[in-house]
Design a protein around this ligand. Structure first.
Ligand code: A3P
Length: 275
């Protein structure tokens, strides 16, 4: 009997490292870190702090499931282990690899208004480059084709926001009921109600409420109250101010995404408040 066949290794204190039974697969810049951190406050949930990039990285995947399991946090038998790597969503290999690990794994996907996500993605790359003393072209120059002024389909931040392209691959492999879709824009405004549906999806009691999460007006986001004296917000790289963008470009992007959003809503049987 291989050690892996039990999916568990026994450590001290009745805890073991287990493969995740739920994965937050994306989408990048839709609130994946906030959701993971909020869920980690639930007594029946344990979360891997780091993004594993296991199913989307050939070198890591070759290390095998045992390598992956060793990197999961210790948990008790009733607890659910959750990992998040937003890169899984756009990986062509990840759906079948995740399925091979556990065909009944629960998947969570956060989505945001695609134009907002595109701007957020640009903002992240802008700041990453700034940190390395590099510069980045203006958003308007990247997102529109220089010649035709049409939306630039070669720009990665635009591609990722065409959610249905990637969702199709997951739905080819996993039944719809196994994928919970979160409105990332709503998660910012009312995290508890989004988390309630996730608690139901995971089959754990409702625990996260507004005594645990509180609105921090300095940050402009919800933060965590860990105990009577200790509060924690997400790091400065989350909730950055977005650049001011030419409104005609924003309208062009919004129009561009409309048919893609329609396809997505039909595919998922959901409706988001996006134009
Ligand atoms: P912005 O920085 O563009 O505002 P991810 O963790 O997937 O990279 O997503 C980052 C986004 O999470 C942020 O995008 C921010 O809007 C959103 N977010 C949601 N809830 C948040 C919270 N409570 N604190 C900070 N950011 C939050």
């Amino acid at each position: 009997r291989s050690r892996l066949s039990s999916n568990v290794s026994h450590g001290g204190g009745g805890k073991s490292r287990r493969l995740p039974s739920c994965i937050i697969i994306g989408v990048r810049k839709c609130g994946t870190r906030a959701l993971l951190e909020f869920l980690s406050l639930h007594p029946d949930i344990v979360t891997a702090d780091e993004e594993m990039h296991f199913f989307n990285n050939d070198d890591r995947y070759r290390q095998g499931l045992e390598w992956y399991r060793q990197r999961m946090p210790p948990s008790r038998s009733h607890q659910i282990t959750i990992e998040k790597t937003p890169g899984y969503f756009i990986s062509s290999m990840a759906p079948s690899r995740v399925h091979r690990m556990n065909s009944s794994v629960k998947l969570i996907v956060l989505l945001r208004h695609p134009t907002v996500r595109t701007v957020s993605d640009y903002t992240q790359i802008y700041f990453n480059k700034l940190g390395k003393n590099e510069s980045l072209d203006a958003f308007e120059d990247l997102v529109l084709d220089r010649e035709s002024k049409a939306v630039n389909l070669r720009y990665k931040a635009v591609q990722i926001s065409i959610y249905h392209h990637y969702f199709r691959r997951w739905l080819d492999i996993f039944p719809r009921q196994q994928i919970h879709v979160v409105d990332g824009d709503h998660l910012i405004l009312d995290p508890v109600s989004e988390i309630r549906s996730i608690e139901d999806f995971l089959g754990v009691p409702h625990h996260i409420d507004y005594s645990i999460l509180y609105f921090n007006s300095t940050r402009g986001f919800y933060c965590m109250r860990l105990n009577a004296t200790y509060e924690r917000c997400l790091g400065a790289s989350k909730g950055r101010k977005h650049p001011d963008i030419d409104q005609t470009v924003i309208r062009k992007l919004n129009r561009f995404f409309v048919p893609h959003n329609k396809q997505l809503f039909n595919m998922l049987h959901v409706q988001f408040p996006w134009t």
